[in-house]
Design a protein around this ligand. Sequence first.
Ligand code: CP
Length: 321
Amino acid sequence: MAQGIRNLLGLRDLEPEGITEILDTARSFREVLERPIKKVPTLQGTTVVNLFFESSTRTRISFELAERRLSADVVNFAASGSSVSKGETLKDTARNIEAMKTDIVVVRHSSTGAPHFLSRLLKSPVINAGDGINEHPTQGLLDMFTMREKLGELKGLNVCIVGDITHSRVARSNIFGLTKLGANVAVCGPKTLIPGYLEQFGVKVFFDIDDAIQWADVLNVLRIQLEREAGGDFPTIREYRLYWGVNRSRLEKSKKSIVIMHPGPINRGVELDADVADGETSVILDQVTNGVAVRMAVLYLTGLPTPKPSFGLEQAGAKAS
Ligand code: CP
């Protein structure tokens, strides 16, 4: 029986009960963030290492804040300025840091599967902070937490993810998590940025943003990932904005008020107009706040010395002993 080490590698392998457990636990930590002293002793004596091999603002700071709010000791590693520039491998980097007696590893990497690889290698629990175009499970969880907070139950909710679906780990984690909890999920964007396999997960596909807006309760708008070569999949940024950009005049055609989400960073005026990003139905900054609570919940659950019933939280790489 797998025991002792629990990882969060993705939402694909979690049972609905496991996802619900994290979201419910996060609700308690969200309340902690409203207190004058936003700190609890839960992870006192635990050392968490944040291994960031790829750029990040929100996820890196959010994990660090979550760790500090739980009273953990925090070590931050960034690939730039490290011995990675001298040719040190991911394996050697992670094992050397763990040899200094760290307890939990958070990792972001541009290669799909890097957290899974580390979970097979290390004794510590591994939390995926985004791996290539695979998954970004804590982003998926904080998006779901925010939808529950704003709109109640996820079951039956119409959520449309708009934009560069092919290159988006956020889209994949949202699709896995939301469908497991009973939401109706759609995607919308240029045909060249929507993978063909999505319908097997029960995902509806829109190519026309106006049709998507008529259908949706929530639009989760994604950035065009030019660094992952998405720019070659449509003619120009101007054309993208014209056909798929979310703006006020499009939203005003809907009879209902649509919740606007974005994982950040935003390309203002490309996938989302600034007045909508900052408008009354935008919950983008609430997502960021909730991210700290969700990451506190994930760290708490992976840091438990004795595993609770797993609900799928033990995943590939959990060590048997
Ligand atoms: N949402 C998100 O992953 O943002 P960062 O890349 O800034 O961490």
